[in-house]
Write a protein that binds this ligand. Structure first.
Ligand code: ADP
Length: 197
């Protein structure tokens, strides 16, 4: 089973690359951002709670996101693996994911981190805001705040995975296909070592 954590700052290209990986490896794609936006669009209680924090560029509460992801892991119980996109985003979420997977006799195969410089992230999110209509992509102030939150609360998770020998940085700048090729190479290495072990 291949369980991938696709990691990176807002605008690093996680969603774009996740779609390509799903086609190639036939994994279930769990994006907490997409799931939360789905809740907001459906005006559920959870969505109403989430909207306020997301639109300010803050993270949704850990408990909410962890409970939500558990439900979707179980919904896709027959999948041959998962791509976790935008999750975990805090140390608490990383620990919770390991526990959740362990309870289901699974584990994270690797955390693949798309590395993109701050200026490029801001540029990409400003562009996306023009076409996506996403509230959190509309103002440069909120975009910059999300990147700050990433460096403060999310980036430290790298140490958590690197201590387990599961951290694999991937250069996220350049054309989409070039990034995909680099990501593929890194994932294939892990996949091969999993098969031979
Ligand atoms: P991006 O990577 O561009 O920020 P996402 O779609 O992954 O886009 O996330 C959008 C927003 O949803 C985040 O800024 C955050 O408010 C919320 N969110 C997504 N995933 C999580 C998570 N794992 N924990 C807390 N909040 C989350």
């Amino acid at each position: 089973m291949l369980n991938i954590v696709l990691f990176g700052a807002p605008g690093a290209g996680k969603g774009t690359q996740a779609k390509k990986l799903v086609e190639k490896f036939h994994l279930a794609h769990l994006s907490t951002g997409d799931l939360l936006r789905g809740e907001i669009a459906a005006s559920t209680d959870l969505g109403k709670l989430a909207a306020e924090t997301i639109n300010r560029g803050e993270l949704a509460p850990d408990g909410m996101v962890i409970a939500m992801i558990a439900v979707y892991i179980d919904k896709a119980a027959n999948a041959s693996g998962f791509i976790f996109d935008g999750f975990p985003r805090t140390s608490l979420q990383a620990i919770a994911l390991d526990r959740m997977l362990e309870e289901r006799s699974m584990k994270v195969s690797g955390m693949f981190a798309l590395e993109v410089e701050n200026d490029e992230l801001i540029h990409r999110l400003q562009l996306r805001g023009k076409i996506s209509g996403r509230m959190d992509d509309q103002s440069t102030e909120i975009i910059e705040h999300r990147i700050k939150v990433y460096h403060k609360k999310t980036e430290p998770i790298i140490h958590y995975y690197s201590a387990q020998g599961k951290y694999f940085p991937v250069q996220g700048q350049g054309a989409e296909d070039e990034v995909f090729a680099r990501l593929n190479e890194a994932i294939f290495k892990i996949w091969r070592s999993q098969i031979s072990s």
